[in-house]
Design a binder for this molecule. Structure first.
Ligand SMILES: NC(=O)c1ccc[n+]([C@@H]2O[C@H](COP(=O)([O-])OP(=O)(O)OC[C@H]3O[C@@H](n4cnc5c(N)ncnc54)[C@H](OP(=O)(O)O)[C@@H]3O)[C@@H](O)[C@H]2O)c1
Length: 360
């Protein structure tokens, strides 16, 4: 059998580079078919090399051509934010397998994306969703009672006395467990990452929002859990190394030998699980409410959060301002339906509202 031809969108990023690593370590199985790179370079060779960013020159058309090439088997989506939505839909409409790191895609338009994926589904790369996916293999969906998404808590959870109005960009970018791109690292510090992941899990696995909870697990060894109707819990455990869920997504339904060093029993000593304090970190509640309202609300949550994170990184607003911006945009949003045009319009509305009303 020939190797699987893989296109990597966002190949120079944290997920992108680790995906290239997994591909190059398994040459008989995977082949780098194409990639996109922005301001950085991977110095890799592939049939398609697309330079630039979404919306620039002929970037979007060249990405679509790469995806539509009949030789391309699987597309890894690792461009952060809502800009990854259209290439994801293009890959699904072209009948390609999609391994998705970009949770924002499912937050914005989960119902449309899952419909486009059909029976084939989406292969999740997010470690929590990979964990849940693996726990669900071979299980009847009717036997699932609850999903529990674990969160490291980010850099501030363990410091309840810290004034969140005064934390710096450098402190927020200093994640205790994972080395990731700036957007997802700031989202981890506000815990909006868990709000986005709750919506992502809801769409990926067809589980109601009320049956998904978040718990703080600072060691990041248990990547998430599934509770079944008989009272048993299944969890997936491993070191905090994204090459594991990336390998699971690329090799599905197989597993890659020695993808990462094994988890030892010593790694399991002293594991802690804590309840999330929603008064200090309201992002999960906000995300649950936005997803419950549906239509364009989750797209507004996502776009407002993206704009607010950019403003914080640019030092225009304090850390605690991120969630205030999201709250203000959500409460001002008049609402709309859930077609693709309406969702894209809701995304534009949120970004314009924030600019025009000096919300940041
Ligand atoms: N990193 C993790 O461990 C992790 C874990 C779970 C989920 N995720 C999710 O995976 C996604 C990617 O995260 P990451 O940490 O890998 O991000 P990252 O390190 O910031 O990398 C982003 C990649 O996307 C490219 N890019 C940025 N803006 C773009 C645009 N406008 N158009 C096209 N390409 C663009 C970047 O290119 P240049 O830098 O070359 O310009 C880079 O290749 C996010 O949605 C994140 O939530 C990440």
């Amino acid at each position: 059998m020939r190797p699987l031809n893989i296109a990597v969108l966002g190949a120079t990023g944290s997920i992108g580079r680790q995906t290239l690593d997994v591909i190059y370590r398994n040459p008989g199985r995977f082949k780098l078919f194409g990639l996109t790179e922005g301001v950085r370079s991977t110095n890799r060779k592939a049939t398609y090399l697309v330079h630039g960013h979404a919306g620039e020159a002929d970037f979007d058309a060249r990405v679509e051509a790469m995806i539509a090439d009949p030789r391309c088997d699987l597309v890894v989506v690792a461009i952060p934010g809502g800009r990854a939505l259209m290439p994801t839909l293009a890959a699904l409409h072209a009948g390609k397998e999609v391994a998705l790191a970009t949770k924002e895609v499912l937050v914005m338009a989960g119902a449309l994306v899952m419909k486009a994926a059909g029976e084939r589904g989406i292969r999740p790369i997010d470690s929590e969703h990979s964990a849940i996916w693996q726990c669900l293999w071979g299980e009847e969906r009717a036997n699932v009672r609850r999903l529990i998404i674990t969160a490291s808590g980010g850099p501030f959870w363990a410091h309840p006395d810290l004034d969140l109005d005064r934390v710096t960009v450098e402190q927020a970018l200093n994640h205790p467990r994972w080395s990731m791109g700036p957007k997802v690292t700031i989202d981890s510090a506000t815990l909006m990452n868990k709000g986005l992941e709750l919506i992502e899990a809801h769409h990926l696995f067809g589980i109601s929002l009320d049956a998904i909870s978040v718990c703080i697990h600072p060691q990041s060894v248990v990547h998430s859990l599934v509770e079944f109707v008989d009272g048993s819990l299944k969890a997936q455990l491993g070191r905090p190394d994204m090459r594991l869920p990336i390998g699971v997504a690329l090799a599905y339904p197989d597993r890659l030998p020695d993808a990462v060093p094994p988890t030892t029993l010593q790694d399991l000593s002293g594991l802690e699980f804590h309840e999330l304090d929603e008064s200090r970190f309201p992002s999960v509640r906000l995300a649950r409410e936005a997803a419950g309202k549906g239509g364009g609300h989750p797209a507004v949550l996502n776009a407002a959060n993206e704009e607010a994170v950019n403003a914080f990184v640019a030092r225009d607003i304090p850390f605690s301002g991120i969630i205030r911006v999201v709250e203000r945009a959500l409460s001002a949003f008049p609402g709309c339906g859930g077609t693709l045009d309406e969702i894209l319009e809701a995304d534009r509305w949120a970004r314009a509202y924030i600019k025009e009303n000096s919300v940041v």
